[in-house]
Design a protein around this ligand. Structure first.
Ligand SMILES: [Zn+2]
Length: 314
């Protein structure tokens, strides 16, 4: 039986044969995703966890969050705007010394303090393509200079606002020209359409992931904060994550949980800590960006491309 047939059978059983809670969401919208994951050679759940470090609070929180994750065997990849790396180089250098991977997240700052809270700034959709490209190249220089290693992955600032085909194409094209191996700069709907990763411009795009209940909504910390000034993460974050993890783990379905958070949103937050403990206990394999890319490319066929590479997907 092919992967798709197997999945249909599993989904069918799930809907018809098993006693399921009436409120349990269907995996139907993820049917194509799972088939694409199998085509990539994946046979189990993976976690690709990254952190968006847009404010000074994140520079202070990242070390503690990292230590907590390390104690669980969970790897973290960091996306820090160049401006923040220049402002607080030491905490990030220490993380790099502990083996953390840093993506290029552009050069300009992504947030500013407006008197009572941090607000987002630097949106590529209000910049010219030339300015966006220059910011990506500046981000590359700063990561290389501060961290001491050239990044091989990229995520755009506030990437949810930069998803039009020509915009995503500009990001991928520029990252490819810098020799990158991956980007993770698209919203979950890309994953539903193309799977956990797809090849474009000679690199892999690894779309962010949602939850089985809200497959199109990024399961990030910002979306599920219940207090955006003092930062309190709602229980919904935990509930959605655990329900999603369990749905895949119990059925041994392949998936890449490409999730990210902001360190200051999750530091000492029970919803986050319990969710991470659950992921570790469930045996989900945690990978950093380079490792995930290596894994996906090593399962590629003899053409050197992942088996489900979507040609012309630009
Ligand atoms: Zn950012």
């Amino acid at each position: 039986m092919g992967a798709l047939g197997m999945l249909r059978r599993l989904l069918g059983q799930w809907r018809n044969g098993r006693v399921v809670a009436a409120s349990e969401p269907s995996l139907q919208s993820l049917e194509h995703y799972v088939a694409a994951a199998r085509n990539l050679g994946l046979d189990r759940p993976y976690l690709f966890l990254s952190f968006d470090c847009d404010t000074d609070l994140d520079a202070a929180a990242a070390g503690e969050v990292h230590a907590f994750l390390e104690s669980l065997g969970i790897k973290a990849t960091y996306a820090v705007p160049g401006a923040q790396l220049l402002r607080s180089p030491e905490p990030y250098r220490r993380l790099a010394e502990r083996g953390a991977e840093f993506m290029n997240h552009g050069g300009l700052p992504h947030a500013e303090w407006n008197g009572d809270q941090w607000v987002g700034i630097t949106f590529y959709d209000s910049m010219s393509p030339k300015e966006a490209e220059a910011d990506i190249r500046r981000g590359h220089e700063i990561v290389t200079e501060v961290i001491g290693r050239a990044p091989i992955g990229f995520r755009a600032p506030h990437f949810g606002c930069y998803q039009k085909p020509e915009q995503v194409d500009l990001l991928h094209r520029t990252a490819a020209s810098l020799g990158y191996r991956y980007c993770s700069t698209t919203i979950p709907s890309f994953g539903l359409k193309y799977g956990p990763a797809y090849e474009t411009h000679g690199l892999l795009e690894i779309p962010c992931f949602g939850s089985i209940r809200n497959p199109e909504t990024i399961l990030d910390s910002w979306t599920y904060l219940t207090d955006r000034k003092n930062y309190a993460l709602g229980d919904e974050y935990f509930d959605l994550m655990v329900e999603t993890v369990d749905a895949f783990v119990s059925r041994e379905l392949p998936v890449v949980f490409t999730w990210y958070a902001d360190p200051c949103h999750v530091l000492n937050q029970p919803a986050f800590m319990r969710a991470m403990e659950h992921l570790a206990k469930a045996g989900v394999v945690s990978v950093a960006g380079a490792e995930l890319t290596g894994l996906l490319l090593s399962s590629a066929d003899c053409s050197g491309q992942p088996r489900n590479c979507v040609s012309g997907m630009e």
